[in-house]
Design a binder for this molecule. Structure first.
Ligand code: VAH
Length: 316
């Protein structure tokens, strides 16, 4: 049985449904701080209200449902984390520590994502290596590096089966991201369809790694199922699919919506965060050790995003 924390968030709301298709609805228990009325996740299988800072609530759900695998997604993202650094540390590290302690006691495996945010301004920016300098300058990035090290520690010291990937910016149409720096690449599609224009809070020329959610879900399921004897790394694998800047995604959208107008209203805080991150990642370790391979590129993602959002927003 799998317990997903943060199951109502941007990744969780789709990953929970994806895992239920693979393992069966009753075998994937969704959890989050509180219910979100109308969420598909709530209709399609078991749900537990869990505050990941309360280890009793996590332990209770693990025991009640006989959980042997925890997918831990509950966390604050980069921009929110910079606005509330203490809360970001408490939730991101406190939650992960509780999950790892329970996994140690009850013999559960743990998947939890890291991020390109785990790298900083003095990390090689182009084709960032799997093993390289990690000195992030955001609290979110500090919690991601500390989280990687804590997961590797629990694996080496206690034999807990911990695995993770460093996600790039994730683009999806089901659930909006909650306070990330890469969120511009999601909002641009909504605004292109609803307003015919978008004012980007990230500057022209700012390259960042991005990924379409279907590829992200496939990566998580593949790594969870990977043969452990083939894993030279565990926390956490670089994975990549596309690297682009705001003008690239705007040009792609204009191919489908010729009247679309792009403008820039740069947010210095999120721009500084974006500038500290890599331009592109080297994901050869993930490709070699567990067969990682993305399906979508900017072209095919844009076709799918616009089609799915037209449906979701009841546009023609
Ligand atoms: C954020 N979407 O912007 C997240 C992610 C790589 C970016 O960590 O904070």
């Amino acid at each position: 049985k799998i317990l997903v924390t943060g199951a109502l968030g941007q990744i969780g709301s789709e990953l929970t449904m994806y895992l239920r298709k693979i393992y069966g609805s009753e075998n994937v228990i969704a959890s989050d701080l509180r219910k979100v009325e109308g969420s598909k996740v709530l209709e399609a299988g078991p749900f537990e209200s869990i505050n990941v800072l309360d280890s009793q609530q996590i332990a209770g759900a693990v025991t009640k449902h006989n959980v042997n695998s925890i997918v831990h997604l509950a966390a604050l993202l980069s921009a929110t984390g910079e606005a509330n650094p203490a809360m970001a540390w408490n939730v991101n590290m406190g939650g992960l520590f509780n999950v790892l302690e329970i996994a140690r006691e009850k013999g559960c495996s743990v998947f939890t994502p890291s991020s390109i945010a785990a790298f900083g301004p003095d990390t090689p920016k182009v084709k960032t290596p799997q093993d390289t300098l990690q000195r992030p300058t955001t609290m979110y990035g500090v919690t991601k590096v500390a989280g990687e090290l804590l997961c590797d520690y629990y694996h080496k010291k206690f034999g807990v089966d911990t695995r993770g990937v460093r996600f790039p910016g994730l683009i999806s149409y089901e659930t909006l991201p909650g306070g990330g720096t890469t969120d511009y690449a999601v909002h641009i599609y909504y605004d292109a369809l609803q307003k015919g224009k978008y004012a980007s809070f990230i500057a022209e020329g700012t390259l960042m790694d991005m990924m379409y959610m279907p590829d992200a879900l496939h990566a998580i399921a593949s790594l969870i199922e990977a043969d452990p004897s083939k894993l030279k790394h565990r926390n956490a694998f670089n994975i990549a699919s596309m690297s682009f800047a705001p003008e690239h995604i705007a040009a792609e959208i204009k191919k489908h919506i010729p009247e679309f107008e792009m403008s820039y209203d740069v947010d210095p805080i999120r721009q500084a965060i974006a500038d500290s991150w890599p331009d592109s990642l080297d994901d050869s370790a993930a490709r070699e050790e567990w067969g990682w391979k993305p399906e979508y590129d900017l072209d095919s993602m844009t076709v799918d995003m616009l089609a799915k959002l037209r449906e979701k927003l009841n546009l023609k």
